[in-house]
Ligand binder design. Structure first.
Ligand SMILES: [Fe+2]
Length: 393
């Protein structure tokens, strides 16, 4: 007997090369006449914001570009975008960029229909549906265009604005927009997509729909991420990764993540003074999260190993399951990503604090398939510190 489950995503998804040309007709269809395009300077300099402005104009929509988005956006930056959107009299929003620009765009779309501030909405929620919103990712990894969350940083911690109203009217996933990503960003964001797929597959909130999407996302990452990393002009690889990221984003929007993301958050700013890109930080500890969780889900971890290219023929379920982190480490190696916490300036005497930081993320712990204990997290971080699985010690 199957358990009942909900499934949510963006109201509409347009995927494929050239779909960005439809942003005007899509927004016009939901009543937009004057749009603010939320992006960052790099994306603007690559010409994508101007391109969208031209497409909107063809549909009779006037627009203005706000290009102050920054990685790991602070609440302050979000409030600056909100002030710009409100004062400009806009009736709709385009989010164009990586997860940061897209998360800021969600908050801006909230602000055009609701009084209040980001911290107020996080604490008390908001009541009115968003202004018309189109989200157009320029990286292949965050999946924010199909999630119900917008993440901001305060000086003390990261905070998430979460609401089923945060889904956009349309998510436009055009792989062309990812073609200007440098190799390091391709690796950092692509590995984040894989973490979303794996953690969503592990999650206690997973369901048959998210499981199917997660396995297909992992298959696409295994097939295309190395190629996209070493040859950014390989458009088949870019398309494959854009699709992988979209699928993983849908998974994350429903099943969410496990302690994989909590372990990454545990050692970077604002939990410590260490600053690393999001996917890069999460990926370092993910092999050890899989090692920790494998015995709780032998069959699922054996499936991960197989879809990531390991030969599990003739192996016991247990031995096959423990190949999942081995496969993941091979990908880290190929993408020139760090293999241990010691290599990214984590000190050994920080381990107990990192273990406690994970326990401060009750929702990640609640969704994790294996009970999360301080001792368990200490062992996990000891392995991650050395960059060695138990089988490699
Ligand atoms: Fe992530």
């Amino acid at each position: 007997m199957f358990a009942s489950f909900p499934f949510r995503t963006a109201k509409k998804i347009l995927f494929g090369t050239g779909t960005i040309d439809q942003v005007g007709t899509e927004l016009k269809g939901v009543g937009a006449t004057k749009t603010v395009i939320i992006t960052d300077r790099t994306i603007r300099e690559a010409g994508w914001a101007d391109k969208i402005q031209a497409v909107l104009k063809e549909s009779g929509i006037s627009s203005t570009i706000w290009d102050e988005a920054q990685a790991e956006p602070s609440v302050e930056i979000g409030e600056q975008a909100i002030a710009f959107a409100r004062e400009g009299g806009f009736d709709s929003v385009v989010g164009l960029g990586g997860g940061s620009a897209i998360d800021i765009a969600k908050a801006a779309a909230v602000s055009l229909k609701n009084q209040g501030t980001i911290m107020g909405w996080i604490k008390d929620g908001f009541t009115n549906p968003l202004a018309p919103l189109a989200l157009c990712p320029t990286t292949a990894g965050t999946g924010s265009e199909v999630s119900d969350t917008a993440v901001f940083a305060t000086p003390e911690l990261k905070v998430g604005l979460v609401s089923s109203m945060l889904y956009p009217d349309v998510a436009i996933v055009d792989p062309t927009l990812t073609s200007s990503m440098p190799a390091t960003v391709t690796a950092n964001t692509g590995i984040d997509a894989l973490c979303h797929a794996i953690e969503g597959y592990q999650s206690k909130q997973a369901n048959p729909l998210t499981d199917a999407l997660a396995l297909e996302s992992m298959r696409l990452v295994d097939k295309y991420l190395r190629a996209a990393y070493c040859n950014g002009g390989d458009m088949e690889a870019r398309e494959g990764m854009a699709l992988a990221s979209l699928l993983a984003g849908i998974v994350m929007g429903n099943a969410d993540t496990t302690i994989g993301h909590a372990c990454g958050y545990a050692f970077v700013y604002p939990a410590t003074k260490l600053h690393y890109p999001h996917g890069y930080a999460i990926a370092i500890t993910l092999p050890y999260v899989m090692e920790y969780n494998a015995i709780a889900q032998l069959e699922k971890h054996a499936n991960i190993a197989e879809v990531l290219g390991e030969n599990i023929d003739g192996l016991s379920l247990r031995d096959a399951a423990f190949l999942a982190p081995v496969a993941f480490k091979k990908l880290l190696l190929d993408l020139d990503l760090p293999m241990s916490l010691r290599s990214v300036d984590v000190e050994k005497d920080m381990i107990q604090m990192l273990a406690r930081n994970v326990l401060k993320s009750p929702n990640h712990c609640r969704r994790n398939p294996r009970e999360v204990t301080e001792d368990g997290m200490i062992t996990l971080f000891e392995h991650a510190y050395e960059g060695k699985l138990a089988s490699e010690m």
